[in-house]
Design a protein around this ligand. Structure first.
Ligand code: CP
Ligand code: NVA
Length: 309
């Protein structure tokens, strides 16, 4: 079995295996409905337990469909209904029970430490469904979407991130290192990646460039990525932070500096960082991006349960 906590800890060989399984499975489902099960029903009899300590729409729905399409089932636990959240049961005991009742555990959490603790005591795989420091299922799925739309390896494309240095960007940075693609980051100086992330970049062969000017970061981009300026775990003065990002808005003008055919991606939910006329334009592939979460997470589940060749 394999955990899926951070992209940086997974080999490029395994990441590629996941993407190629997702491509095949997606192709083979052309005429199937949402709840139809893949022909080989590889996770028949398996239970995915999910828990969300933070809000979620896409991750919740896409994991639900993912396990169902593989022939298994899912149960979503509410953290406020567990003894764990009241401090009257340990992570260790909770993890042991989860391991006896389920086959995989997907956790969206407000604490990276909790993910680590769970992984120590679980004898089933844990999947990080977003933590304060990363969002690996989102970004692996986004690599899939980019390659699906652009029809070439992501290593041949210029990727640009315009926005905050948050969990989604951290996973994009890991992906840039793993998949060897060029990544421009455009953000105000005050909101650059933190020291730990900068050291991680420095200590790995990379093609990552940070600009404090949105235009310079967007120049020549094949893909513009963005995300909300205020993340769920952000404890900041929201108005002030939004103000600091004023010059980093994704609008038609900014898109005009990118390469012809550039696409816009956003993990959603969105905020004022992107103009409506970009978000709803032909260049924006955000709905396709969201649906692809199902396809890639199916292959992530198979990877976790040791079912990928
Ligand atoms: N992109 C994403 O993870 O969406 P949710 O927060 O709705 O799950
Ligand atoms: N960075 C955002 C991603 C939401 C899917 C957050 O953490 O709120």
């Amino acid at each position: 079995m394999n955990h899926f906590i951070n992209l940086k800890d997974i080999s490029i060989g395994d990441l590629r295996k996941i993407l190629s399984d997702a491509t095949n499975r997606k192709k083979n489902r052309k005429n199937l409905d949402n709840l139809d099960i893949d022909k080989d029903s590889p996770l028949r009899g398996k239970l995915l337990i999910q828990m969300f300590e933070e809000s979620s729409l896409r991750t919740r729905l896409s994991f639900y469909l993912a396990i169902k399409q593989l022939g298994g089932s899912t149960l979503t636990l509410r953290p406020d209904e567990l003894h764990l959240s009241k401090g009257s049961e340990s992570i260790e005991d909770t993890a042991k029970i989860l391991s006896n009742f389920g086959n995989a555990f997907m956790l969206r959490t407000d604490s990276d430490k909790k993910l680590e603790e769970f992984s120590k005591y679980l004898s089933i795989p844990i999947i990080n469904g977003l933590s304060p420091s990363s969002h690996p299922t989102q970004i692996l799925s986004d690599v899939f979407t980019v390659e699906e739309i652009k029809k070439k390896p992501i290593s041949k494309l210029n990727i640009t991130w315009i926005g905050d240095s948050n969990n989604v960007l951290n996973s994009l940075i890991s992906a840039s290192i793993k998949f060897s693609f060029k990544l421009n980051i455009g953000c105000p100086k005050k909101y650059q990646p933190n020291k730990k992330i900068l050291n991680f970049i420095k200590n790995n062969e990379n093609q990552i460039f940070i600009y404090n000017d949105a235009k310079l970061a967007a120049k020549g981009a094949d893909v513009i990525f963005s995300d909300k300026v205020i993340s769920m775990n952000d404890r900041v003065n929201k108005k002030r932070k939004l103000n600091h990002f004023k010059k980093f808005k994704i609008n038609k003008k900014l898109m005009s500096f990118t390469k012809k055919g550039c696409i816009f991606l956003h993990c959603l939910p969105r905020g004022p960082e992107v103009d409506e006329n970009v978000f709803l334009s032909k260049q924006s592939k955000v709905w396709q991006q969201a649906v692809n979460r199902v396809h890639v997470q199916k292959s992530i589940l198979l990877y976790c349960l040791g079912k990928l060749g």
